[in-house]
Design a protein around this ligand. Structure first.
Ligand code: ATP
Ligand code: MG
Length: 394
């Protein structure tokens, strides 16, 4: 039985990025190494268009699960590495087929080393000829049961029968950083996922209102950060005490405007934290029409307090699609734990769906919110969350 010894990783959208390519590859390699850092026997090598990982006996299933979550990988394969020699290639292909089920096959060769003495189609024919004469398999070029893929590089050739789809996107961290408003709900962790997928690092801010919100509510948010941190290696979470601001809002402003003004305060705080932490934008998990406060009118009144772009990755998503994604990325079960968040506890009975900017500003001028904003910012608690796989290693 043949044993896979090398993972071959292909980059997706990287190739469109021209001269930034080296930076991309460096970041991707860094992200891969970080995600696999407890698998100590692995050895890494990167070239212009591939990353190779020598497996050295590490667990293949674990490797597959982790690699599937790394943005910037378009696909990867577990391969057998041989010398770039036609006889070795042919015999290894035969051995590899012993593991495979099916009646038909196709050989697909990519010759990266243009000095190799055979062209791709010649290699295909030689290998197929050997298989036809040694087994009962038949060729089917359109819909084969088994796809044998051969990549000829200068010294070595990599042979595989399976291409595993990667997560796509860009290596996280390559396109700057945003400050995400992370609640304990379903939507904002999903927003985190989509932002990271675009190569942007996510730092989070959560507003808690103790003693009205519990320690468990805060732990839940930190747990969500830990779960999504797998997509970028680690995640910084700032916890901001929102109690005083919230109490003032409820004491001074009309109840129907409480949510609008609360959001405006949250965004003001998030923008200041973003500047301090070198983030280029802020982000939320808002989705249009989901609740009364998530209308275009409401969003524009919220945007008015902030110069930075506000990214809302799931603004047009259906709730069911968001839930599916939350299940896929493992945040759903944690998000639905019943710990109250500050918005739920202070939820007004009739929030305005079309808040007016002038009214919002007038209400805000009824108290010295600037003082409270600065006070909240002077007392921020910051946590660093890492994926559980890495946590247990350290
Ligand atoms: P989510 O599921 O993300 O909580 P939601 O549908 O419950 O979203 P809201 O509770 O109205 O909607 O929140 C909208 C967005 O505002 C959230 O996605 C999040 O980005 C931000 N937000 C709400 N509450 C908080 C909080 N306590 N701390 C940080 N951000 C918050
Ligand atoms: Mg919520």
């Amino acid at each position: 039985m043949v044993v896979y010894d090398t993972v071959l990783i292909r980059y997706g959208e990287l190739s469109t990025k021209g001269k930034n390519r080296n930076q991309f590859i460096r970041k991707l390699l860094e992200n891969i190494k970080r995600a696999l850092k407890d698998l100590e026997k692995l050895e890494f090598k990167s070239t212009y268009d591939r990353i190779y990982i020598k497996i050295n006996g590490e667990n293949i299933e674990e490797l597959e699960n982790r690699l599937k979550k790394i943005f910037g990988i378009s696909s990867f394969s577990f391969t057998i590495k041989v010398k770039s020699d036609l006889e070795e290639i042919k015999s290894t292909c035969l051995e590899l087929l012993e593991n495979e089920k099916g009646e038909t096959f196709k050989v697909i060769t990519r010759r990266h080393d243009k000095n190799f003495m055979y062209r791709s189609d010649e290699i295909n024919r030689h290998v197929a000829g050997k298989i036809l004469s040694s087994t009962n398999l038949k060729v089917d070029v359109h819909n084969p049961d088994i796809k044998l893929q051969i990549e000829v590089q200068e010294e070595n050739t990599f042979i595989t029968s399976k291409k595993i789809e990667g997560a796509g996107g860009y290596p996280t961290g390559i396109n700057g950083k945003v400050m995400l408003l992370l609640s304990g709900g379903i939507d904002s962790p999903v927003a985190a996922y989509y932002i990271m997928k675009r190569g942007i690092e996510v730092e989070a801010v959560h507003f808690s209102s103790p003693p009205y919100t519990s320690q468990s509510a805060q732990d839940k948010v930190l747990e969500l950060a830990k779960i999504v941190s797998i997509y970028q290696g680690s995640m910084k979470v700032h916890i901001v005490n929102f109690t005083e601001l919230q109490m003032e809002i409820y004491a001074k402003c009309h109840e129907s405007y409480a949510i609008t003004i609360m959001r405006r305060m949250m965004v003001r705080l998030a923008e200041r934290l973003a500047i301090k932490n070198k983030c280029l934008a802020i982000a939320t998990g808002e989705s249009l029409g989901q609740v009364a406060s998530q209308t275009l009118e409401s969003m524009s009144v919220i945007n008015e307090v902030c110069k930075m772009p506000i990214i809302r990755p799931i603004v047009t998503f259906d709730k069911l699609d968001i839930i599916d994604k939350a299940k896929e990325i493992n945040t759903f079960e944690t998000s639905i734990l019943p710990f109250e968040d500050c918005c739920t506890i202070f939820k007004p009975k009739n929030p305005v769906t079309k808040p007016r900017l002038d009214k919002s500003i007038n209400m805000e001028n009824l108290f010295d919110y600037e003082l409270l904003l600065e006070k909240a910012l002077s007392n921020v608690e910051t946590f660093y969350k890492q994926p559980k796989e890495i946590d247990s290693f350290l």
